[in-house]
Design a protein. Structure first.
Length: 434
């Protein structure tokens, strides 16, 4: 009989996300009491969630492959040539991102334009801080030649650049790259990972920041229209839980630091995975009202469908909706400052991830069926059948995302151990697991 595989230690402390939630609640209370400007309210809640999570990560910092050996240990002398290559790599990526946001029409819409305008105002400070951080990390990080260096070196020496070169010797016990003094040949695969990682951060941060001020505005005032008790519960729970999700996710994209071990270890290499993920978000989005996969056309929301139903059924349905969103938000909280799509930033094995491998996707897809009730349609049975088929396509898209994410994460032996633990452990035993 095969010995049971233990559950791997999670890359994130279970306390981190809960501290972020506590900080968010305090900041939101101040927003409601003081009614600041939308920009100030956004900064308050982001800082309120980020600061306690940063404190928790500093206390429980875990060294890992590709991070810093120590925030205070200088591993090598300063090299102007090495730093210049890295700054070149960053300049190329930041310039490409500027072109992306300048040329795509979507980002001229007011909610996106205001976000980009604010980022433009603070850009000099961000650039200065970024350069200082690069200089600080350069002498402490392992390996010395990261993705930024490989991208910059590929520009300086294009004839030497090639795909999938050896990243250098590693310590057999820790997997950490050994101190390297001789520059390797520019590796285009590492350069592309670096560039794609920055695209992911910028793409999703701007998207989330475009939503956050509107959500905070709704939360900071009482409803104008009369609601019954159930309607108020579901409405405000929905707004609150989605706002928590947005704030924690935004903090995750922003706080991608090697010195905290929250850096991007690798980017999903699957083109299919990228297509499935980006199809869920503008400007690539194909899901939702007016899009290719429209499961809402002529639909009837749950509250209208159950308007004349017994109170017990209505309350049970409403509480099920809130439960789905609680699971969804809990899954985001479990990431702490490591939330990110299409990347590997550490394996999670705690919280809802000890119960399900994809708790957020399960909760979100079940929520859509419960809230939109696509089998009831004002346009008739055929329209209802079409909406059900469209929502099944959405479910399939998220299943594809889960499949490609698992293929990517399975390159890490810790994830393979986690997946084996999930397969051999019953749900009851997972619930009991510490």
């Amino acid at each position: 009989m095969q010995a049971p595989v233990p559950r791997p230690v999670s890359a994130v402390s279970a306390l981190t996300g809960w501290l972020g939630l506590a900080g968010f609640v305090v900041a939101l209370a101040l927003v409601i009491a003081l009614q600041p400007t939308p920009e100030a309210a956004t900064m308050w809640v982001l800082a309120g969630a980020s600061v306690p999570m940063l404190a928790a990560e500093i206390v429980s910092r875990r060294a890992s492959m590709g991070g810093l050996a120590s925030p205070f240990r200088i591993m090598r002398p300063f090299s102007g040539q090495r730093v210049l290559r890295k700054l070149t790599g960053y300049a190329l990526v930041w310039g490409a991102l500027w072109l992306w946001f300048a040329l795509i029409p979507l980002y001229r819409r007011p909610e996106y334009f205001l976000v980009l305008l604010y980022l433009e105002r603070v850009l000099p400070v961000l650039l200065l801080a970024g350069v200082l951080y690069i200089l600080w990390c350069d002498r402490r990080m392992s390996p010395a030649h990261d993705g930024a260096w490989h991208l910059g070196a590929a520009l300086w020496h294009p004839r030497a650049a090639r795909w999938a070169t050896d990243a250098g010797p590693q310590d057999a016990a820790t997997g950490r790259h050994l101190q390297d003094s001789t520059p390797p040949a520019p590796d285009l695969s590492r350069a592309s990972d670096f560039a794609l990682g920055w695209f992911i951060k910028a793409f999703f941060m701007v998207f989330l920041l475009s939503i956050l001020p509107g959500n905070l505005k709704l939360l900071s005032r009482f409803p104008q229209a009369p609601f019954d008790a159930l309607g108020q519960l579901v409405f405000w729970s929905t707004q609150l839980l989605f706002t928590i999700d947005i704030v924690i996710a935004t903090a995750g994209y922003a706080l991608t630091f090697k010195w905290l071990d929250s850096h991007i270890r690798s980017v999903n290499p699957s083109l299919l995975g990228w297509m499935a993920a980006l199809a869920c978000y503008p400007p690539f989005g194909i899901i939702g009202a007016g899009n290719l996969i429209d499961y809402q056309s002529g639909g009837t929301y749950w509250d209208l469908w159950l308007a004349q139903a017994p109170a017990l059924l209505k309350w049970s349905w409403g509480l099920a909706l809130v439960a789905c969103l609680c699971l969804y938000t809990w899954a985001t909280l479990a990431f702490g400052i490591r939330f990110s799509n299409l990347t590997h930033r550490g394996i999670l094995t705690h919280g809802p991830y000890r119960l399900l491998r994809h708790p957020a996707y399960v909760a979100k897809n079940l929520y859509w069926w419960l809230v939109h009730v696509p089998w009831i349609n004002q346009l008739g049975p055929l329209a209802a059948l079409k909406c059900c088929a469209m929502l099944l396509l959405v479910n399939a898209l998220y299943a594809l995302r889960a499949y490609t994410e698992e293929r990517h994460l399975a390159e890490d032996p810790q994830y393979r151990q986690y997946r084996q633990w999930m397969r051999q452990t019953s749900l009851r035993d997972r619930i009991r697991a510490n």
